[in-house]
Design a protein around this ligand. Structure first.
Ligand SMILES: [Ca+2]
Ligand SMILES: [Ca+2]
Ligand SMILES: [Ca+2]
Ligand SMILES: [Ca+2]
Length: 321
């Protein structure tokens, strides 16, 4: 399937969000439509619907086949699917608490992404898609830090980095202590994603401004290696290796357009008068009989009133005119 995703550069506002997102973070946003691209073009080659509009979603390689797929989180229950186009969950796992912040990464280098629960600056890392106790607990950075997950040194293991404004403190091991790299990149207001864009095994940043992505193969700053317009300004970005070629590429999650408000009714509803009750007692066959009986005109609701005698429908039968 192919869907055109090109957006106009000039028309889109800059994003104010400062949250750094990587493969690893909850992707955020809403919507059940996904458009994933294996190439650096404006057209998605995977387009599908998955889950519910308000689902919390993660991207990762849950089965170690080299391909990234989606997981849906509902409370503290995670539904992992291994199929590119969504589909039934292969694993359903309860982990941590419903209000935990969770990151996904390949913490042990076995090729499979698994969860880490973050509580403040404490990370409870799990190396399997199972519940139960964490395999290791790491303290890193400060409770309020933005965190990025990636493989900064190409050893096959994901580790943590913290972002403070435009400064990144990257650590190559799941331990506390000083960062292995301190780098300044982009602007403090940039929306930043992390991926291995050039297949060298090392994760580096991409900055998103509106629907334009500035993709860099190093944290060293300077010119972006690639500039790409993808999706729409209000899409949510996904990063992953959808086809298992070793290169991370882009995808978007898209919310449906809000339904148009129902049109106002063209006219006020017509009030239909209630039918007259059957007239017990006096019954006049016609208006002549009414007149002959010396009766006054009959009003709707009176004994003897019949709509058939009320030719002008004004609720008065047998008016003398
Ligand atoms: Ca996979
Ligand atoms: Ca792993
Ligand atoms: Ca690493
Ligand atoms: Ca790379």
């Amino acid at each position: 399937m192919t869907a055109l995703l090109a957006g106009a550069v000039a028309a889109v506002p800059l994003f104010a969000a400062t949250g750094a997102a990587a493969k690893g973070d909850e992707i955020g946003g809403s919507g059940a439509e996904y458009y994933l691209n294996d190439a650096w073009t404006g057209s998605a080659n995977w387009a599908f619907k998955y889950g519910r509009t308000d689902d919390r979603v993660y991207v990762g390689d849950w089965n170690g086949d080299g391909k990234d797929t989606l997981a849906v989180r509902r409370g503290n229950v995670y539904h992992f699917t291994n199929s590119q186009a969504g589909g039934p969950a292969a694993n359903v796992v309860a982990y941590g608490r419903a209000n935990d912040t969770v990151l996904m990464g390949d913490w042990d280098g076995d090729g499979k992404d698994t969860p880490a629960v973050r509580r403040g600056n404490v990370y409870h890392i799990k190396n399997s898609l199972t519940g139960g106790n964490a395999d290791r607990v790491v303290v890193y950075g400060r409770a309020g830090d933005d965190v990025v997950v990636g493989d900064w040194d190409g050893d096959g293991k994901d580790t943590l980095g913290v972002r403070r404004g435009s400064t990144y403190y990257l650590k190559n091991s799941l331990t506390g202590g000083p960062a292995d790299h301190v780098l300044v990149y982009g602007r403090a207001t940039d929306q930043v994603f992390v991926g291995d864009w050039n297949r060298d095994g090392i994760d580096t940043p991409a900055v998103r401004r509106g629907s334009t992505y500035y993709i860099s193969n190093t944290f060293a700053g300077g010119q972006a290696n690639r500039v790409l317009v993808y999706g729409r300004a209000n899409d949510t970005t996904l990063v992953g290796d959808w086809n298992g070629d070793g290169t991370d590429t882009l995808g978007v999650r898209r919310a449906p357009k809000p339904p148009a408000p129902a049109p106002a009714p063209a006219t006020r509803p017509v009030t239909v008068p209630a039918p007259a009750p059957a007239s017990p007692g006096v019954y006049y066959k016609n208006c002549a009989a009414v007149r002959a009986a010396g009766k006054a005109p009959l009003f709707r609701g009176q004994p003897g009133y019949r709509s058939g005698l009320d030719r002008d429908g004004d609720g008065i039968a047998c008016e003398w005119t």
